[in-house]
Design a binder for this molecule. Structure first.
Ligand SMILES: Nc1ncnc2c1ncn2[C@@H]1O[C@H](COP(=O)(O)OP(=O)(O)OP(=O)(O)O)[C@@H](O)[C@H]1O
Ligand SMILES: [Mg+2]
Length: 250
């Protein structure tokens, strides 16, 4: 069986069912998510898009167990998040989920290599040296491992953040505007590393972005409007994404 066939048969990595999130109460009530049903295939790269305030970050935070939904369920693999205690959620995030944020969140006093190994060190796990080498090759950081974040470009820092997310082989990586702080060349670099990690390492990635070019690196784009999932695109191009966004904002 090829890698693609294996992935096609795998159950989805993340499933949200009838997910609702309400903030505030009375006059300040906001329905950030209104009954979202969505699933994210294993080994696929999916982008979440939509106008400002449409619920993208809220959806990602609920999917990643960083925020509790008001109702509905989220499964990461076979684990349902809704029933978990805070302690169980913390463990699940540590063991099954990788994060990449807009601000790189690297520790300034640690070298690139120490930053990359940090999640494993925290969990008390040894790095799989073969995987470590593959990740370093994939993100092209071999000659930068002993540098501290201030000695790296923005794109290189974000690649360290990507490597750190990949190294613990998470079931899924959630990325919120991972290229938002980068110039277009560094952004393209980081996106092609994310793309490569999906192709070569079978990584599952869910990425929130405003940028049609960034979204075109994904296998699939889902679009939110007013807290609802309204449409999706397979094999997106910058133009097809842009056309869909224009229709949504109209
Ligand atoms: N903590 C909160 N308290 C109250 N309302 C909130 C809170 N967080 C988000 N909202 C509201 O929920 C809605 C969805 O917000 P969310 O941050 O998910 O949007 P978004 O699609 O990520 O937007 P952007 O593209 O601007 O980042 C918005 O109307 C927002 O004002
Ligand atoms: Mg947001």
């Amino acid at each position: 069986m090829t890698l693609t066939e294996t992935r096609r048969q795998a159950p989805p990595a993340v499933v949200a069912t009838d997910l609702t999130k309400v903030y505030g109460q009375g006059d300040t009530l906001v329905h950030a998510l209104r009954g979202v049903d969505v699933s994210f295939a294993t080994g696929a790269f999916t982008a979440i898009m939509g106008p400002s305030g449409s619920g993208k970050s809220t959806l990602m935070h609920c999917l990643a167990g960083l925020d509790a939904a008001t109702s509905g369920t989220v499964h990461i693999g076979d684990v349902e998040l809704t029933g978990l205690s805070d302690k169980q959620l913390t463990l699940l995030r540590r063991e099954r989920i990788g994060f990449i944020f807009q601000a790189f969140n690297l520790l300034p006093t640690l070298t690139a290599e120490q930053n990359i190994r940090l999640p494993l060190d925290i969990a008390g796990n040894q790095a799989d040296q073969v995987l470590f080498d593959r990740v370093i090759e994939t993100v092209g950081l071999r000659d930068r491992l002993s540098h501290r974040p201030t000695e790296l470009s923005g794109g290189q820092q974000q690649r360290v953040a990507v490597a750190r997310a990949l190294i613990s082989k998470p079931q899924v990586i959630f990325a919120d505007e991972p290229t938002g702080n980068l110039d277009s060349r560094s952004g393209a670099e980081v996106l092609s590393f994310l793309r490569t990690s999906v192709r070569e390492l079978g990584q599952t990635i869910v990425m929130v972005t405003h940028d049609p070019v960034a979204a075109s690196y994904a296998d699939r784009v889902v679009f939110l409007r007013d807290g609802e999932l309204v449409t999706e695109l397979a094999a997106p191009t910058p133009q097809s994404v842009l056309d869909t966004l224009v229709r949504l904002e109209a």
